[in-house]
Design a protein around this ligand. Structure first.
Ligand SMILES: C[S@@+](CC[C@H](N)C(=O)[O-])C[C@H]1O[C@@H](n2cnc3c(N)ncnc32)[C@H](O)[C@@H]1O
Length: 431
């Protein structure tokens, strides 16, 4: 970095860190960027024998993700071209990982989707019935479409394609319609509606649970576990655990009636992905409170790109930060209006500034007080020291990636979820 940039970086870092040792490690990462391990998201069941040497997984790492040894070139392997996996930065996996705690998501929208990493993570991890991948920048839409199609997303429609009833085609693989929690390396309990929760336990506790409505339950425990539980009808539960126990939870989305998002709708095997090119404000007008999951991987000052040897002029400058923060508020404000009652909003960036991260979360909660931040159990060690809210940062000196910020919110409003009809989707063409 030049002297001018170094001075700005130093001033910038002083605002992030009072701990001078961590501040210096942060600054050092720009002078000597730590090597970034290639990383892949499997879009099919990962083979038992991997084609590349893999690093020891992080405890929370999804089964579908491999962090590869330095020097691996997954983009040049034939399996890449046939869409067996998608190459992404491990920071992106970190940012998207709160999704591992969601289940029963039927409708999702990625408001800032290109080139498609978070959309692919969502599709392959949560298996929603409908995923809308939106990208405002026309020339990035082509890359997004190409990645979705290559990486085994079924029924991908372009914005200009008709989405009326006649064009609906069933998914050939007949994906099961399911509200089961996503698969993970950890064993999970399964709950059925109207109980919306599942749980994950890690060793030395091993546990499996099944609940059916209104309240019958069977459990299997293996030692060393000591536990007591109380249930009251129809569905409240309290638990007491004694150590050693580590526990994480899965949150399920509410259900809706008719169209996508309706658990009882016919043609449940129809899964669809639609790419759109709409300003977030138009999306909010068209689909108010319609999606159980809304992703905002916001355009940002891109400071972490410096660690990938990219030039990002002015990325520490106040003017840049404020300009980006204003754009982020506009995007996330519109995105908030897309979230169904009890649905989720995931906000992510790949930059380090307070203005674009914690302050955006504060702004969101002030402006939309019906949202609450959701704590993500597996990210507790990554809690941002710059906020009291549950929000998480990966720093470049931690050696896992160039850096990311992520925060999950839930719409606390109650009410029926407005399902998305074919007519709604067809209307996209008229916008
Ligand atoms: C960080 S990138 C998204 C990366 C993507 N989610 C992924 O994982 O591959 C941000 C995206 O937001 C788009 N964008 C730029 N300005 C926007 C705006 N005003 N509203 C919505 N999206 C915007 C950019 O074109 C870019 O594709």
């Amino acid at each position: 970095m030049g002297n001018g940039s170094s001075k700005l970086l130093k001033q910038f870092s002083d605002r992030l860190w009072s701990d001078t040792e961590l501040r210096d490690r942060f600054i050092q990462a720009f002078d000597n960027p730590p090597p970034l391990h290639p990383c892949i998201l499997w879009c099919e069941d990962p083979p038992l024998e991997r084609p590349f040497a893999v690093e020891t997984p992080q405890p929370w790492q999804p089964e579908r993700v491999d962090r590869l040894s330095l020097g691996a070139q997954p983009g040049k392997h034939p399996a890449h071209d046939r869409g067996a996996y998608y190459c992404l930065d491990f920071s992106s996996v970190f940012a998207a990982s709160p999704l591992l705690h969601l289940s029963g998501i039927q409708t999702a929208i990625d408001v800032c989707a290109a080139p498609g990493g978070k959309s692919l993570f969502t599709w392959h991890t949560l298996q929603p019935d409908l995923l809308v991948c939106n990208e405002v920048v026309g020339k990035r839409l082509g890359t997004l479409m190409a990645n979705l199609r290559r990486c085994q997303v079924s029924n991908v429609s372009e914005p200009e394609e008709a989405i009326g009833p006649d064009s609906m085609t069933p998914v050939s693989s007949g994906m099961p319609y399911s509200v089961d929690p996503p698969k993970s390396p950890l064993e999970r309990g399964t709950f059925t509606a109207p109980l919306s929760k599942s749980e994950t336990f890690t060793t030395p506790l091993s546990k499996s649970e099944t609940f059916t409505t209104p309240l019958s339950k069977s459990e299997t425990f293996t030692a060393p576990l000591s536990k007591s539980e109380t249930f009251t009808t129809p569905l409240s539960k309290s638990e007491t655990f004694t150590a050693p126990l580590s526990k994480s939870e899965t949150f399920a989305a509410p259900l809706s009636k008719g169209g996508w998002g309706d658990q009882n709708a016919p043609n449940k095997s129809e899964k669809r992905c639609i790419a759109t090119q709409l300003d977030p404000q138009r999306l909010a007008q068209q689909f108010p409170q319609a999606f159980q999951l809304v992703l905002v991987d916001a355009p940002c000052s891109g400071q972490s790109l410096l660690l990938k040897q990219k030039k990002v002029p002015g990325c520490f400058h106040k003017v840049t930060l404020n300009r980006n923060a204003n754009r982020q508020k506009r995007i996330v404000g519109n995105a908030a209006q897309l979230v169904a009652p009890q649905g989720y909003l995931l906000y992510m960036t790949c930059t380090y500034s307070l203005e674009e991260n914690e302050q955006i979360c504060n702004w969101l909660l002030k402006k939309y007080p019906h949202f609450q931040p959701v704590s993500v159990p597996h990210l507790l060690d990554y809690q941002s020291h710059l906020s009291d809210l549950p929000c998480y940062r990966l720093w470049p000196y931690q050696g896992l990636g160039a850096g990311a910020f992520t925060a999950l919110f839930q719409n606390q409003n109650l009410g029926e979820v407005r399902a998305i009809s074919r007519e709604d989707l067809a209307a996209i063409n008229r916008l």
